[in-house]
Design a protein around this ligand. Structure first.
Ligand SMILES: NC(=O)c1ccc[n+]([C@@H]2O[C@H](COP(=O)([O-])OP(=O)(O)OC[C@H]3O[C@@H](n4cnc5c(N)ncnc54)[C@H](OP(=O)(O)O)[C@@H]3O)[C@@H](O)[C@H]2O)c1
Length: 256
C-alpha cells in the first residue's frame, strides 16, 4: 500500500505555494502533487520540477474565473479520483494598503474575488475528490491581517484584510458544516514570508513607519522554504480538535 498522499495546491508556480509543492515531492516519492498555475506555459520553475518528478501535475487555474474553476474536474479526472489535502494558497495583495474611505469598489471586489470567493468555489469543485479519501484536510492560507481581534491600525490593508477575514469565516463555517463527514478545515497565517510579493509589501510598510516597527517586521521574517516546512508539519499534525481553527504557521491558535 502506498504511503503517499495527494496534495492539491493552488498558486504553486511561485512563492509559498511553489515551496510547498517542492516540499511534498521531496518528503515522499509516493506523494502526488497537483500544482496550479494561471499560466502553466510560463511557470518555468514548476515545469523544471515536473521534468524531474513525474508525480507532479501542473493544472491551469485562475480562481477569479468560474469557468476555469469548473475546468478543474476535467483536468483532474485522468490523473486521480481523490485528493487528500487541499491547500488553498493562491492569493493577491494588490496595492492594498488603503483605508476604508480611500479604497475604491474595484479593489474590494478584486480581493474578495481572488482571496475569498475563488477559494470557496474551488473547495466546492474539489469536495467530491476530498470525500474519496479519509484524510479530508482543507487548509486555507489566510493572513493575520484578517484577524479582527488582532486589528492593527498601523497597517491599513482594508480590502486585503476583509478578504482574509472572510476566508477565516469560511474555514470556521465549513469546518462546522463538514465535521460529521470527517473533514478538518482550518485557516492559517503562513508567517511574514520573504516571497517576492511579501518582501515588496513589507518594504512598502516599513517605508511608511518608524524604525521600531520596521525592526519588528524584520524580526518576524521567515523564508518561503521555512514557511513551507512549518506549514507541512502543521498540516501533517492536524487532527479533529483543530477543525475550524485559525492557526499561526507554528501551530499556535490565533484569535479570529
Ligand atoms: N508572503 C507573506 O508574507 C504572506 C503573509 C500572509 C499571508 N500570505 C498569503 O500566502 C499566500 C501566498 O503568498 P505568497 O507570498 O507566496 O504570494 P505570491 O508569491 O504573490 O504568490 C501568489 C500565488 O497566487 C497565484 N495567484 C494570484 N492570483 C491568482 C488567481 N486569480 N488565480 C490563481 N492563482 C492566482 C499567483 O500566480 P501568478 O504568478 O500567476 O500571479 C502565485 O502563484 C497568499 O494567499 C497570501 O495572501 C502571505
Amino acid at each position: 500500500m502506498t504511503t503517499g498522499k495527494t496534495y492539491f495546491i493552488s498558486g504553486a508556480n511561485r512563492g509559498i505555494g511553489f515551496e510547498l509543492a517542492k516540499h511534498y515531492l521531496e518528503a515522499n516519492p509516493d506523494n502526488i502533487v497537483l500544482a496550479t498555475a494561471r499560466f502553466p506555459a510560463s511557470a518555468t520553475a514548476l515545469n523544471e520540477l515536473a521534468v524531474k518528478n513525474s508525480n507532479l501535475h501542473i493544472l491551469k487555474l485562475d480562481v477569479s474565473d468560474e469557468a476555469s474553476i469548473a475546468s478543474i474536474d476535467s483536468q483532474l479526472k485522468d490523473i486521480t479520483d481523490g485528493v487528500d489535502v487541499f491547500v488553498s494558497n493562491a492569493g493577491i495583495f494588490s496595492e492594498s494598503r488603503g483605508t476604508v474611505l480611500s479604497t475604491p469598489a474595484e479593489k474590494w471586489d478584486k480581493h474578495l474575488k481572488v482571496n475569498t470567493v475563488g477559494p470557496i468555489l474551488l473547495f466546492q469543485a474539489l469536495y467530491p475528490y476530498l470525500t474519496k479519501r479519509v484524510t479530508k484536510k482543507v487548509v486555507f492560507i489566510s493572513s493575520v491581517a484578517g484577524s479582527v481581534a488582532s486589528f492593527n491600525p498601523a497597517f491599513p490593508t482594508d480590502s486585503y484584510g476583509l478578504s482574509k477575514t472572510g476566508l477565516n469565516f469560511i474555514a470556521k463555517a465549513a469546518g462546522a458544516e463538514l465535521a460529521s463527514e470527517g473533514f478538518i478545515v482550518i485557516a492559517v497565517h503562513p508567517g511574514v514570508v520573504s516571497t517576492e510579493r511579501g518582501t515588496k509589501t513589507f518594504d512598502e510598510i516599513k517605508a511608511d513607519t518608524n524604525d521600531e516597527v520596521a525592526a519588528f517586521l524584520d524580526s518576524l521574517m521567515i523564508t518561503p522554504e521555512e514557511s513551507a516546512s512549518f506549514l507541512s508539519k502543521l498540516i501533517d499534525e492536524l487532527n479533529e480538535e483543530k477543525n475550524g481553527s485559525f492557526l499561526n504557521y507554528d501551530g499556535k491558535t490565533l484569535p479570529y
